[in-house]
Write a protein that binds this ligand. Structure first.
Ligand code: PLP
Length: 400
């Protein structure tokens, strides 16, 4: 079977809920992936930051195979010998007191929202059924009905209502708008330190600090969604570390498994997660020993191989070089660490055709929104590999 055969099969039998680049990948190693025709590509997306540790990292692969052979799933009806170790290691690394394991990012976000509501009723004393949660315009927190209900992206919502009440949105990066939107019934504010899907949108400097202060003054929980920005991507363990801000709850996922398996978690305090009692919330696969073993090794690789520092250094280098490309169609280069967005001017005719052209040159990335190219290679990337990528990027961004 060749590329066209696989595409035809997928189009016939698989729902068309994505519009992928027409490359059919078969194999990956580190920053490289190969398609079914044997062509090699540099992966400049990393599965939306799920593959921070690089494709097929040998240490994570080994941990996965060993645990799969021993015991992959117990359900939480019984205990297993991996989850407690993951919980301790993740809390010690992140500085939070407790964690709650789930599978996908959306589930971690749902978990944080449910916990915030329960905290609001039990601890803050919000009248039953009145809890409010504030989110930001341009957010991306996942695809469940509750979550898309407070998206401001029309396509994410169209045809999927009615939605869960109790949410409102304010402009991103505007701390005054947060203060104005808070009422006595507000239990939480959920926000991304950098809006990844929204187009690598950066808030103004000091935003998270101001938001932290406002949440403290109004007894509102600050939920940071670090599913894309966390685990080293921006050059700190968490993107909020750039401002020294600690959240009340943090959601992580994606790179928590190095791309091997869906693993997500909520990090928080004993007081906040303590509002959940046995039976309140759960997941058949959440916290399973295979996930926990894979996540433990994925975290060790991040730290022991210096990937967080590498993201900071390589990100600064890549961003600096991108800023110096003398192309008339670049509107702005922005981002932190190895999460970089290149916004093109409207007259460039959309970012998609540049992503297609980069694919032809052997570099895989994806447009996000109409005019933004997101560059987010695995954090194992070297300066040499970045130079290789820059040659192609410069060529494509200079095309007519
Ligand atoms: C990807 C992402 C999610 C959703 O994660 P899934 O695993 O796709 O459910 C939530 N929040 C942010 C910021 C993300 O980037």
């Amino acid at each position: 079977m060749n590329t066209q055969d696989y595409i035809a099969l997928e189009n016939q039998y698989n729902a068309h809920n994505y519009k992928p680049l027409d490359v059919v990948l078969q194999r990956g190693e580190g920053i490289w992936v190969w398609d079914v025709e044997g062509n090699r590509y540099l992966d400049f997306l990393s599965a939306y930051s799920a593959v921070n540790q690089g494709h097929g990292h040998p240490r994570i692969l080994k941990a996965m195979i060993e645990q799969a052979a021993r015991l992959p799933l117990t359900s939480r009806a019984f205990r297993n010998d991996q989850l407690p170790l993951l919980a301790r290691e993740l809390c010690e690394l992140s500085g939070y007191e407790m964690m709650l394991p789930m599978n996908s990012g959306a589930e971690a976000v749902e978990t944080a929202l449910k916990t915030a509501r329960k905290w609001g009723y039990q601890v803050k004393g919000v009248p039953a059924g009145q809890a409010e949660i504030i989110a930001c315009a341009g957010n991306f927190h996942g695809r469940t009905i509750s979550i898309v209900g407070f998206s401001t992206e029309a396509q994410y919502k169209d045809g999927f209502g009615p939605f869960t009440p109790g949410f409102k949105t304010i402009p991103y990066g505007d701390s005054d708008a947060l203060e104005a939107a808070i009422t006595p019934n507000t239990v939480a504010f959920i926000v991304e330190p950098i809006q990844g899907e929204g187009g690598v949108v950066m808030p103004p400097d000091g935003y998270l600090k101001r938001v932290r202060d406002i949440c403290d003054r109004h007894n509102v929980l600050l939920i940071l969604d670090e599913i894309q920005t966390g685990l080293g991507r921006t050059g700190h363990l968490m993107a909020a570390d750039w401002e020294g801000v600690k959240a009340d709850m943090v959601t992580i996922g994606k790179a928590l498994s190095g791309g091997f398996y869906p693993v997500s978690a909520v990090l928080s305090s004993r007081e906040i997660l303590g509002v959940l009692k046995p039976g309140d919330h759960g997941s058949t696969f959440g916290g399973n020993p295979l996930a926990a073993a894979v996540a433990r090794e994925s975290l060790k690789v991040l730290v022991e191989e210096g990937l967080i520092e590498n993201a900071r250094e390589m990100g600064a280098y890549l961003k600096g070089r991108l800023e110096r490309i003398g192309s008339d169609i670049i509107h702005e280069v922005r981002g932190r660490g190895l999460l970089i967005g290149v916004e093109l001017k409207p007259e460039a005719g959309g970012a998609r055709r540049f992503a297609e052209a980069l694919k032809q040159e052997g570099l895989l990335c994806k447009e996000t929104h109409q005019n933004v190219l997101r560059f987010a290679p695995p954090l194992v990337i070297t300066r040499q590999d970045i130079d290789w990528a820059l040659e192609r990027i410069e060529k494509v961004l200079m095309m007519p």
